[in-house]
Design a protein around this ligand. Structure first.
Ligand SMILES: [Zn+2]
Length: 331
C-alpha cells in the first residue's frame, strides 16, 4: 500500500493515527509537557477526530517521551495497550531502589565519585532541547495500562499485530500491519540514530542489571526477517526500507564493539575508563548514555567470549581481552 498514516508531532516524538478493522488507533501516547494535550487535540481535529474517536492507544515502549500522556488518555476514556515487559516501568517510573542501584553499578564500573554525584543530582528531571535553545520539561505520571500485550494479534483490533523486541526497554514493541506492509517501530529502529539502551535493571528480585544491548541486537536480527518494509519510527523520517535500516544499526554496533575491544588490547580497563578514553570531551554531559553504551558493548563482547571482567582490589570491574568464558585464549 502506498501513502503514509497521518503523523502528529508532539515535542520530540511522532505519533501516528491508523485505521484498522474500522477503528481508529494512535501509536504512542505522546510526551507530557505544558500544552501537550491541547496540541494533541488540535492535531486530531485536523484529521476530523477527537480523543473520544480513538479506540485504543498502542504504546511502543515505556519511555516518557512516548508514554507521558498515557494516564491522560485513559482519563479521557481511551484504553492504553503496552508490552507486558514494560508494565513495571509504567506503573512505577521512579522506584525507590533505582538511584542506589544505578550508583552502585556506575561505581562498580569505575565512574569516579564526583562524576556520579553530578549525574545523580540531575536525575528525575527530563528536558528536551528544542530549536532556539528553549527547553521542554517532560513530566512523568504512573499509569496502569488497560491492556498488556504479548506477541501476536492486538485483541479486538483485526489487522494489527504486536511484535516483541526487548532491548531499548524490556517490553518494547513494534506494531505490524501485514495488510498494508507498514510497521511502527517506536525507538527500536530509527533512521540515523542508534537507540542504545540505557542502564536497566530487572524490576523484580535483586534488581539485577539487564544485558540490554545483547537483547537489543537479538531483537534487531529478528526484525530483519519481517516482511513489512515500510516503517514509521517515533523520531525522524524513514528514508530506506526496514531491512536496510536494521543492517545499518547492526553494522554500527559491530564497529563500535570492535573499537572497544581494540582499546582493551593495550590494557585492562573499566567501562568508565574506556568511555573516557573514547570520548574525553563529551563524557561530562552525556556520560550516562555513553557509559551505558560502553557497558552494553562490553556485554556483547563478553557474551561472544572475547573479553572478560575481573574485579580489581579497588572493587572496580576491569575487562581484559583474550580470556574467554572457558578460560582459553582467543585474542
Ligand atoms: Zn523516544
Amino acid at each position: 500500500m502506498r501513502g503514509a498514516p497521518p503523523r502528529i508531532d508532539l515535542g520530540p516524538t511522532h505519533l501516528y493515527v491508523v485505521e484498522a478493522g474500522g477503528q481508529r488507533l494512535v501509536v504512542d501516547a505522546g510526551p507530557d509537557y505544558d500544552g501537550a494535550w491541547q496540541q494533541l487535540e488540535a492535531a486530531l481535529q485536523t484529521c476530523g477526530l477527537t480523543p473520544g474517536d480513538i479506540a485504543l492507544v498502542l504504546l511502543t515502549h515505556a519511555h516518557l517521551d512516548h508514554s507521558g500522556l498515557a494516564a491522560r488518555w485513559q482519563r479521557a476514556g481511551v484504553p492504553v495497550a503496552a508490552g507486558r515487559g514494560d508494565a513495571p516501568l509504567l506503573c512505577d517510573p521512579h522506584p525507590a531502589w533505582f538511584r542506589d542501584r544505578l550508583d552502585a553499578t556506575l561505581r562498580e564500573h569505575g565512574m569516579p565519585d564526583d562524576r556520579r554525584g553530578r549525574l545523580l543530582r540531575g536525575f528525575g528531571r527530563y528536558a528536551f532541547d528544542q530549536e532556539g535553545g528553549r527547553k521542554l520539561e517532560l513530566r512523568v505520571s504512573p499509569v496502569v495500562p488497560a491492556v498488556l500485550l504479548d506477541e501476536g494479534p492486538v485483541p479486538g483490533i483485526p489487522g494489527v499485530e504486536a511484535y516483541v523486541v526487548p532491548g531499548h526497554t524490556p517490553g518494547s514493541l513494534v506494531f505490524r500491519m501485514p495488510g498494508s506492509g507498514w510497521c511502527f517501530t517506536g525507538d527500536h529502529v530509527l533512521e540515523g540514530v542508534n537507540p542504545t539502551p540505557g542502564i536497566q535493571f530487572d524490576p523484580g528480585g535483586v534488581h539485577e542489571r539487564l544485558r540490554s544491548l545483547p537483547r537489543y541486537v537479538r531483537s534487531l536480527a529478528r526484525t530483519r526477517g519481517l516482511p513489512e518494509q515500510r516503517f514509521f519510527p517515533a523520531h525522524g523520517d524513514a528514508t530506506r526500507p526496514l531491512g536496510g535500516a536494521v543492517d545499518r544499526l547492526l553494522q554500527q554496533i559491530e564497529r563500535r564493539a570492535g573499537r572497544v575491544r581494540r582499546r582493551l588490547r593495550e590494557r585492562a580497563m573499566s567501562a568508565w575508563e574506556i568511555t573516557y578514553a573514547l570520548y574525553p570531551h563529551s563524557a561530562g554531559r552525556h556520560a550516562w548514555l555513553l557509559v551505558a553504551e560502553t557497558l552494553g558493548l562490553l556485554d556483547l563482547l563478553e557474551e561472544a567470549g572475547s573479553v572478560a571482567p575481573v574485579k580489581d582490589a579497588d572493587g572496580v570491574l576491569r575487562y581484559r581481552v583474550g580470556i574467554g568464558r572457558t578460560g582459553q585464549h582467543n585474542a
